[in-house]
Design a protein around this ligand. Structure first.
Ligand SMILES: Cc1cc2nc3c(=O)[nH]c(=O)nc-3n(C[C@H](O)[C@H](O)[C@H](O)COP(=O)(O)OP(=O)(O)OC[C@H]3O[C@@H](n4cnc5c(N)ncnc54)[C@H](O)[C@@H]3O)c2cc1C
Length: 379
C-alpha cells in the first residue's frame, strides 16, 4: 500500500496551487460580489490543457486520471469555489457522459470542443418536479421521422449559458405505464430552447446556474446518447463520478477555511494571548485538520478505485457525504474563530460557508447519499 501521490500528481498539485494562488484567488471576493463568470481564468486553464484533463488525447484531452481531476478541483475550489464547481461540472457532468456513452462521431463532435475549452460542459437532469427522485422526469421527446421533438424544462443547470450543447434526460416512450428515459444531446442554440440565468443564489455567485425551457426543440435521433431507455442509468453512473468532484471541492473549501482560521488564531490576541494559545481553539483546529485529512483520503480512494476500473459507487457517495458535511462544519468553525471579523466579507470565511452549503445538496443531497450507502452495504 502506498499513500504517496505519484510524481505526476505532485506536479499537478504544485502547478495548480501556484495558478490558484496567483490567478484564481485574487478576484474571488470581487467575483462573489459582482457574480462575474470567471471566463478569463478558464481561457488560461484551457491553455494549460486542463479543460479535457481526464479525456483521451484523441478527443482533445490530456489522458490524465481521476486522481489528477480531484487534485485540480480541490486546488481551484480552495481559491474560489465558483471556479471549482464550474470546472468540476464541466468535466464530470458535461464531458464524462459523452466520454462514457458517446459514439466515436459524437465524441469528435461534442467532447472535443469541451476538452479544448471551446465549449463548457453541462448536464441537464433536474426538473421542477424531479430532483432527488430523478426518475420523475417529465420532459418528453417525441419521435418525428428522423428527429426527436423535445418539450419540457430543466432547473439549476450549471454552465449551460456557456455550453454549446448539453446532454439532457427525456422520456422517449411510455410502455405499460413505465417511462423509457433516454439521454439526448441538445445544442443550446437550437430553435425553441431558452437558457435563463437569473437565479439569486446563497453562494457560488460566480458560477453559472440556469433554467432551461424547451419548446418543440427538434434534434436528430443521431443525438441519442448511448442506448435508448438507458438515460436514467447513464446519468446515475455519471453522478457517481461527479460526486468525487464534489468531494474534492469540499476538501478545497475546508482547507481554505482551516488555513484562514489557523493564521487568524495566531494573529488575534485577546486576554493578552493569541487565540491559538487557548486550548479550546487548538482543539477546534485539531478537529478541523483531522477531518480534512480523512475527507481528502476518502476522495483519493474513490478516485483511485475509479481509475482502477473497480466499483466505486459506495466510496464516491461516502467521500461526497463526508467531505461536504465537514466542509460546512469547518467553514462554520472558521467563522467562529474569526468572531465578528468572520461575519465580514473581507475575511472570506463567510463565503466559504455559503459556498459549502451547496455541496450537501447538489449531485444528490446528504439524505440521498445515505440512501445510496445503505443500499450498497446491503440494507
Ligand atoms: C447551484 C446548483 C447547481 C446545480 N447543478 C445541477 C446541474 O448542473 N445539473 C442538474 O441536473 N442538477 C443540478 N442541480 C440540482 C441538484 O442536483 C438538486 O437540487 C438536488 O439533487 C436536490 O433536488 P431538489 O432540489 O429537487 O430537492 P428535493 O429532491 O425536493 O429534496 C428536498 C429535501 O427532501 C429530501 N428528500 C427527498 N427525497 C427523500 C427521501 N426519499 N428520503 C428522505 N429525504 C428525502 C432531500 O434530501 C432534501 O433535503 C443543482 C442545484 C443547485 C442548487
Amino acid at each position: 500500500m502506498n499513500f504517496d501521490l505519484s510524481q505526476e500528481h505532485q506536479m499537478i498539485r504544485k502547478s495548480m496551487r501556484e495558478f490558484a494562488d496567483k490567478v484564481v484567488a485574487p478576484g474571488a471576493i470581487e467575483r462573489d460580489r459582482t457574480k462575474e463568470f470567471p471566463k478569463e481564468i478558464f481561457k488560461q486553464l484551457a491553455d494549460m490543457g486542463m479543460m479535457g484533463l481526464p479525456f483521451s488525447e484523441e478527443y482533445g484531452g490530456a489522458g490524465a486520471d481521476t486522481v489528477s481531476f480531484a487534485i485540480v478541483t480541490e486546488e481551484l475550489s480552495r481559491a474560489c469555489a465558483s471556479t471549482g464547481i464550474t470546472y468540476s461540472a464541466h468535466i464530470s457532468l458535461g464531458g464524462a457522459p459523452l466520454n462514457l456513452f458517446g459514439t466515436d462521431e459524437q465524441k469528435h463532435k461534442y467532447l472535443t470542443p469541451i476538452s479544448t475549452g471551446e465549449s463548457f460542459g453541462a448536464f441537464g437532469l433536474t426538473e421542477p418536479n424531479a430532483g432527488s427522485d430523478a426518475g420523475g422526469t417529465q420532459t418528453r421527446a417525441i419521435e418525428d421521422g428522423d428527429d426527436f421533438i423535445i418539450n419540457g424544462s430543466k432547473v439549476y443547470i450549471t454552465n449551460a449559458s456557456y455550453a454549446k450543447h448539453l446532454a439532457i434526460t427525456a422520456i422517449t416512450d411510455i410502455k405499460d405505464g413505465k417511462k423509457e428515459i433516454s439521454a439526448i444531446i441538445v445544442p443550446t442554440d437550437a430553435e425553441g430552447i431558452k437558457v435563463i440565468d437569473n437565479y439569486e443564489k446563497m453562494g457560488l455567485h460566480a458560477s453559472n446556474t440556469t433554467e432551461l425551457v424547451l419548446e418543440n426543440v427538434r434534434v436528430p435521433k443521431a443525438n441519442l446518447l448511448g442506448k435508448r431507455g438507458e438515460g436514467f442509468r447513464q446519468f446515475l453512473v455519471t453522478l457517481d463520478g461527479g460526486r468525487i468532484g464534489i468531494g474534492a471541492m469540499a476538501v478545497g473549501i475546508a482547507q481554505a477555511a482551516f488555513d484562514k482560521a489557523l493564521k487568524y488564531s495566531k494573529e488575534r490576541k485577546q486576554f493578552g494571548k493569541s487565540l491559538s494559545e487557548f486550548q479550546i481553539t487548538q482543539f477546534k483546529l485539531a478537529d478541523m485538520a483531522m477531518k480534512i485529512e480523512l475527507a481528502r483520503t476518502m476522495v483519493h480512494k474513490a478516485a483511485w478505485l475509479k481509475d482502477q476500473g473497480r466499483p466505486f459507487t459506495k466510496e464516491a457517495s461516502m467521500c461526497k457525504l463526508y467531505a461536504s458535511e465537514i466542509a460546512m462544519q469547518i467553514a462554520d468553525q472558521a467563522v467562529q474563530i474569526h468572531g465578528g471579523y468572520g461575519y465580514m466579507k473581507e475575511y472570506e470565511v463567510e463565503r466559504y460557508m455559503r459556498d459549502a452549503k451547496l455541496l450537501e445538496i447538489g449531485e444528490g443531497t446528504s439524505e440521498v447519499q445515505r440512501m445510496v450507502i445503505a443500499r450498497e452495504i446491503g440494507c
